[in-house]
Design a protein around this ligand. Structure first.
Ligand code: HEM
Length: 206
């Protein structure tokens, strides 16, 4: 019985632990189960993370081929957009499928994100924002279709943290992309921009 691989039997004989030893081993075995469970959970989480990363890699990998490069070059060859304001309906035309330019709005400002077509093109991970007011999706960190409103969105139900996030995203877009004009509220008239305003630094907003 001394060497049969069964911990409980072993304790009866040569290890001299007695009943306490049995209990300790039982506790240790229990902990082993818990540890095993935790490990399984960690492995499961790791597998999920790897799967998610792989999904992203596949999506982005597809876009970083020669097609994506050609799209990028095409974007670089486009003249800078003339400054103008947009209604929600006008903005929607610039979704990357109907017109060569891709635009989106954040916090009432419209940006030309054509240079970021790998993100906002029809195949891009953030293609849902193309031609749309992206504010709500960015604020809630959500890429679902219903994360954006079809009607004009005044964002009035967003909380302070979400509104701060919208402003931070706006700054980020301002840094990286050309500002084109304002997203008009329903009934609001577009501004008339002079040639001088049109040629001045596009990142400067009104
Ligand atoms: C697992 C989740 C996500 C991962 C791993 C991820 C990863 C990334 C990475 C690596 C970049 C930088 C790409 C580059 O500059 O080359 C990026 C940019 C960006 N992400 Fe995400 N992202 C995730 C979720 C989201 C979500 C949920 C949103 C919005 C709701 C979002 C919006 C953006 C935007 C707007 C950019 C900037 C693209 C640009 O430069 O124009 N991301 N993301």
């Amino acid at each position: 019985m001394a060497d049969n691989g069964d911990g409980q039997l072993r304790t009866e004989g040569s290890d001299g632990l007695g009943a306490t030893g049995v209990e300790e081993e039982a506790v240790a075995a229990g902990e082993g189960w818990v540890a095993g469970g935790e490990m399984l959970l960690s492995v499961g989480l790791l597998a999920l993370a790897l799967l998610a990363a792989y999904g992203l890699y596949v999506r982005w990998g597809r876009r970083s081929g020669p097609g994506a490069a050609a799209q990028q070059n095409q974007a670089a060859a486009l003249p800078r957009m003339k400054r103008r304001d947009f209604t929600l309906e006008q903005l929607r035309e610039f979704d990357g499928a109907r017109k060569p330019y891709i635009l989106l709005a954040v916090n009432g400002k419209v940006f030309d994100v054509t240079n970021g077509s790998k993100f906002y093109g029809p195949e891009g991970p953030y293609g849902i924002f193309a031609g749309r007011d992206a504010s709500r999706g960015l604020a809630t960190f959500c890429l679902d279709k219903d994360a954006l409103r079809d009607e004009y969105d005044d964002l009035s139900d967003l909380n302070a943290v979400q509104m701060e996030s919208v402003r931070e995203w706006e700054m980020q877009f301002k840094e990286k992309y050309d500002y084109v004009g304002r997203l008009l509220k329903p009934g609001e008239e577009p501004s008339e921009y002079t040639d001088e305003e049109d040629t001045k630094d596009h990142t400067k907003q009104d």
